[in-house]
Design a protein around this ligand. Structure first.
Ligand SMILES: N[C@@H](CCC(=O)N[C@@H](CS)C(=O)NCC(=O)O)C(=O)O
Length: 193
């Protein structure tokens, strides 16, 4: 059995995704701290970000690479669709989370108590797109949970319960129903920051 270490801090959304994948696959892992932005951190991740995974003496960074490795290597529920189109759709939503949502919904509100009207509007529009996709539900691609849901969950959790929750998430029924399902999962509870 390979021993997985995940280096990162619990509040980091990308670190949480890596942990959610381990939890959903029921893979034992250890969360390890980082000396943030120190040389030891750069030695693990040349771009000085998190998470980093260490397995069998090898390190791997980029959350999608980590997620795919864990999903393909370990037994447990398959978190990637076998159908090519559905798999491509999963990557589309992962890319949406990692690019547009991470910028507009996480970075825009990180250490920012007074976001501008423009920032709020942009984040809301992104979330409305996610909400439309979740109308059919219960998960992003329908009946099954896939990696894309595990990239989305930390992003939504980041603003859920925060100062701008009503403005950002209010009346988005698709996201609300998806949240009910996601927030009740052991993986989500076990990775609370
Ligand atoms: N493309 C990277 C992004 C990782 C990332 O941006 N992580 C954030 C935390 S959620 C980080 O390390 N922030 C620290 C910094 O930017 O200095 C991935 O997919 O893992």
């Amino acid at each position: 059995m390979q021993h997985i270490e995940i280096f990162g801090f619990p509040p980091s959304t990308f670190t949480r995704t890596a942990r959610l994948v381990c939890e959903e696959k029921r893979v034992d892992y250890q969360l390890q701290p980082l000396e943030f932005r120190q040389e030891s951190h750069r030695a693990l991740h040349p771009f000085v970000k998190m998470p980093v995974m260490r397995v069998s003496g090898q390190t791997l960074y980029e959350t999608l690479a980590i997620a795919m490795y864990i999903d393909e290597t370990f037994e447990g529920p398959q978190l990637t669709p076998s159908d090519a189109l559905k798999r491509a759709q999963m990557f589309q939503w992962i890319s949406t989370c990692n690019d547009y949502l991470y910028k507009d919904v996480v970075l825009a509100f990180l250490n920012n108590d007074s976001p501008s009207e423009e920032q709020l509007e942009k984040a809301r529009k992104d979330l409305e797109i996610i909400d439309r996709q979740l109308q059919a539900g219960p998960f992003l691609l329908g009946e099954e949970i896939y990696l894309c849901d595990l990239f989305l969950a930390p992003v939504i959790a980041f603003v859920d319960g925060g100062a701008h929750q009503a403005r950002l998430l209010g009346s988005l029924e698709g996201i609300a129903a998806w949240k009910d399902k996601m927030w009740s999962r052991a993986s989500f509870k076990n990775t609370q920051p």
